[in-house]
Design a binder for this molecule. Structure first.
Ligand code: AMP
Ligand code: MG
Length: 395
């Protein structure tokens, strides 16, 4: 199954199972959440014309080159009186322009005479250094759409509009399962044949960063009865996300237990790393089974699971930003799966980690993102390749 098709199917499944409940949260608690309302401006921004500089406000039509007396001082946060004809006003950045003024000269171009009058040295133009009312937004204008992922910039904009609370989608509850008899939690001693469980930490941290509520179901032994029991105890979640046990090997107890309780599809994806991926339902709860090799887990989470989760929250823009960079490597053998190479940009070209094995997570820690090499293509140094930065996928 081509990557595009898998993504399309997952997004369709996500749209069929939206997390539609919402809650009202304080702006301070809205980081990483998904906006559930369209946001409108209740006032013009800025609400009144104001000064972009520290300087002097005047009315250009009334000025003929002579020095002007200063009739008032206007600080940011204070309401001015109308400008007295034949005068200027001392004004500071962000302060409202007095009625009648239409121009601000910066203080660097103004000379204060001994008698207190101000002489303007340069030619003046109408509206210079004035930020007009409503230049950013007009009252009633829609400024953000429902489905926007809220980061620091969006929260800053919501604050500009005066919103102290926002209505957001509730958090997605994701149960994370790591399958495999060989797995041991870091910090504990390793027995014969055992390895440390890396996928759990990778996924739990990533999901938390995405604003999900994570139910960490721990390590699931390769045992059918224990697997059944673990699934039955998961409680109320929106997604069961497992790793490992999805290759068609013999120890596919999760697959067996899921097939007993519902349906399960095994997709053979044209993606490398990460060929096998399962999707199914357990008692109505969607299940995504990611491959167990850490780099495969990473790639299939980043490119398929992350967009699926965001779409369930109503986010439309789920495709990460990607851009073309010149290759600083050779990839001479065309593959029949789409490859996502762990890569970083150095000196204006992209380099790949020396070992691209799906078991090597260090490749991804070294890397800054993924280079996409399409099926049936090769890469020579200098060719343009597509790069997807991790910063996009982790945001
Ligand atoms: P499986 O799909 O269960 O056959 O796993 C494929 C490979 O990924 C095997 O080498 C597993 O030991 C490894 N693996 C599976 N789960 C994890 C995990 N949580 N952390 C690290 N490696 C894993
Ligand atoms: Mg296994």
């Amino acid at each position: 199954m081509p990557v595009e098709e898998a993504l399309e199917r997952l997004l369709a499944l996500a749209e069929a199972a939206p997390i539609s409940e919402t809650e009202e949260v304080e702006l301070a608690d809205a980081e990483g959440r998904v906006l559930a309302q369209d946001l409108f401006a209740s006032v013009d921004l800025p609400p009144w014309p104001n000064s972009a500089m520290d300087g002097y406000a005047l009315r250009l039509a009334d000025w003929h080159g002579e020095p002007l007396p200063v009739s008032q001082r206007i600080f940011a946060g204070h309401a001015p009186a109308p400008l007295q004809p034949g005068t200027c006003a001392r004004i500071f950045t962000g302060a409202p322009l007095p009625e009648g003024a239409d121009c601000v000269e910066m203080q660097e171009n103004a000379e204060v005479l001994d008698d207190g009058r101000v002489r303007f040295v340069e030619a003046l133009a109408p509206h210079q250094n004035v930020r007009p009312q409503g230049q950013e937004t007009r009252a009633g204008e829609q400024v953000m759409n429902a489905g926007t992922l809220l980061g620091p910039i969006e929260l800053g904009l919501a604050a500009t509009l005066g919103h102290g609370h926002l209505r957001v989608r509730r958090r997605v509850r994701v149960a994370v399962l790591s399958t495999g008899d060989e797995l041991v939690e870091p910090g504990l001693p390793l027995g014969p044949g055992q390895i440390y469980n890396s996928n759990r930490r990778l996924l739990v941290s990533w999901l938390q960063r995405m604003g999900c509520e994570v139910i960490d179901a721990g390590i699931l032994a390769d045992d059918l009865a224990l697997t059944r029991q673990c699934l039955a105890n998961l409680g109320d979640v929106d997604l069961i996300l497992s790793t490992g046990g999805v290759s068609v090997g013999e120890a596919d107890y999760l697959g067996m237990a899921l097939r007993e309780a519902g349906e399960l599809a095994l997709w053979k994806l044209a993606i490398k790393p990460g060929k096998p991926l399962t999707f199914g339902h357990f008692r109505g709860v969607p299940v995504i089974g990611l491959p167990g090799n850490p780099a495969s887990t990473l790639v299939t989470f980043a490119l398929l699971t992350r967009p699926y989760l965001l779409r369930r929250l109503g986010v439309q823009q789920v495709a990460p930003l990607r851009f073309d960079v010149p290759a600083g490597f050779d990839w001479p053998k065309p593959g029949n799966r789409r490859e996502y190479l762990r890569a970083r940009i150095e000196g204006g070209q992209v380099r790949i980690y020396s070992n691209q094995s799906s078991g090597v997570l260090r490749s991804a820690a070294w890397a800054e993102g993924l280079v996409e090499v399409r099926e049936g293509t090769t890469v020579s140094p200098g060719d343009s390749v597509t790069f997807i930065p991790f910063s996009e996928l982790l945001g």
